[in-house]
Design a protein around this ligand. Sequence first.
Ligand SMILES: [Zn+2]
Length: 403
Amino acid sequence: MSKKIITQKIQIKVSKEAETEFIKNFGYRRWIYNKGLEKWNKRYQYCRDNNLFEKVKDPNISDQYRKELKKFLPSERTIRDMVSRYDKTSWRKDRPMIIFQSAISDLARAFKMFHSGYSGSPKFISKKNSPESCRYIRNNDYTIQLRGDNKRRLKLVKTPEVTLMEPVKYEGVIKQVTITREIDKWYASLTIETKSNPKEIPDKRSEICGVDLGVRTFATVYDDNGEIHTFNSQIDKLEKLYYKTKMYNRIMSRKIKGSRNYLDTRIKYQRTWKKIRNIRSNMVHQLTSFLVRNYNYITIEDLDVREMITNKNNLSKGIRKTIAESCFYEVKIQLEYKTQFFNSELVQVNRYFPSTQICSDCGKRTKIGRSKTYKCRSCEHTLDRDINASINIMREGKRIKDI
Ligand SMILES: [Zn+2]
């Protein structure tokens, strides 16, 4: 029996008292995060100016000195120690310790993501742009409890009980709870460690597939049984909503900040973004669930995440392409974790692999530009562009895995 981690997001009913506590925690989390970020940046700058990052790798220094140096470099531990000194002397001592810990660990994770190229450098959170959320990590049996006969009352440390509006679906230990307020609704996201039952994993239908991601057709899947599956793109819907957010943004910039009109528009703006996120994640979940259930090896083209992130606002590339790329990025992230639950493996093909140029019949290369149909110049083989590409991607995956 192996363990797996599942997250369930449940809407909650909160009392006025609980609401006040959570809102204080949101502010507290923001304060800790920002203070930590300020310290981290300063320490990082100092270490870089004094070449300490190189020095720590120097084989000629003593182990003792290396140990001391390591303690000095910015890390979750160093920063936690620095910020906790501020923490004791203020009103913040009434806040749960757990919020402090999770804020610092969120910051450390943001730096980890940044250093591995998955996101931009961590930014200060302002009251305006901050997600209204705080995280409770399980320390012992009292930090997170489910109470009542039907286990629908959630008690978090130093906070009044809240009511879950649907039951917890999984048996297991709740490792953490994230409380969020989205516009006027409250949610608890429960991260549960549960025992996975291997019987839940269906027999895979096929060994390997190649996936071509695109703007027109979201995904074209070709497998070693010769079957083709296509997934439609919702890009038209997404594009419309995206333009709506731009419009609300323009309206907001003309209104007085904080005015009734401004706030009304901001709610519409936030709702539209929520719709965008929902459509995108449904579309991606549908595809990734299909893939991990049906294939042992899933081959996709390696996406240059760093380039995508930096181009996020580069509209010269075309808004449709930018929206599509944010979906591709999510496909990769989802496959990375879902493959673990389903004993599948993600195979990534070098992004310079000419999947659209190779003829899946004779193997020669033809440049086809933006044409929807692939036509080989050598053997005249003609095929849908995306299908041709997915065949090539699958074969490259087979080559890499030696299948
Ligand atoms: Zn050919």
